[in-house]
Design a protein around this ligand. Structure first.
Ligand SMILES: [Cu+2]
Length: 237
């Protein structure tokens, strides 16, 4: 059983790492998140295999023979075994939790020059507000999400109605939009292109249509787009 388990673990880990789980990455922080994911797979697959091996072994070894209607032997447990199977998972889960916390804390460290983008969810669309390029208090509103490369973006997320969840898979992060509070996440776009923006919380009948896109562009292109959008908004009053 140990040999079968070992072979299954190796095959499982190789298969899990071979699968391309995520869309192309568009932010600097994606590398650390993808590594974290790989570590979780490397730890979890052998545990899954161990559990399945024990289950399959027990189902075969301790099966009642046909016609056997008797009770099993009375067992009072095994203290040593119970201590081990509580302590070992506790240590593994604690180490992984600390590792995950360190990674998230590190990649989300606030940069002083970060760009603040307000995100508002409503059934069933996302809206955005940008700092005014002329320095005015009035935010620049748009239904388009455009961000520059090379600068940390802080998304400040709100909702007008129910709970939504602001998710950009290519940026690897997401968080709930909760009525009455503002939630945040930060990432630094690095790859130009267009990527999906999704709602990751079932928010009503139109939930599946609550998708848009984010355009990652060069800083100059972002500035030009923002000025144009601000001018257009001023014109429309
Ligand atoms: Cu939604």
């Amino acid at each position: 059983m140990a040999i079968y388990g070992l072979i299954a673990s190796v095959i499982g880990v190789v298969a899990a790492l071979w699968i391309d789980w995520f869309p192309p990455a568009a932010v600097q922080e994606a590398k650390d998140i993808d590594t974290l994911w790989d570590v979780l797979l490397i730890v979890s697959v052998p545990i899954f295999v161990l559990v399945m091996v024990v289950v399959i072994y027990c189902v075969r070894a301790f099966k009642a023979r046909p016609g056997d209607m008797g009770d099993g032997e009375p067992i009072h447990g095994n203290t040593m075994l119970e201590v081990v199977w509580v302590a070992v998972p506790f240590v593994i889960v604690s180490v992984l939790a600390v590792y995950g916390w360190i990674v998230l804390d590190d990649i989300e460290a606030k940069k002083p020059d970060r760009l603040q983008v307000e995100v508002r969810g409503q059934q069933f669309i996302w809206r955005y507000e940008y700092p005014n390029p002329t320095g005015g208090k009035e935010k620049v509103k748009s239904y388009d999400l455009v961000v520059p490369t090379g600068r940390q973006v802080e998304f400040n997320i709100n909702t007008d109605d129910v709970i939504h969840d602001f998710w950009i898979p290519a940026f690897r992060l997401k968080i709930d939009a909760v009525p009455g509070i503002t939630t945040h996440w930060r990432a630094t776009p690095s790859e130009k292109g267009s990527y999906d923006v999704l709602c990751a919380e079932l928010c009503g009948l139109g939930h599946s249509t609550m998708r848009g896109s984010v355009r990652v562009v060069a800083p100059e292109e972002y500035d030009a787009w923002l000025s144009k959008t601000a001018a257009k908004a001023a014109e429309e009053g």
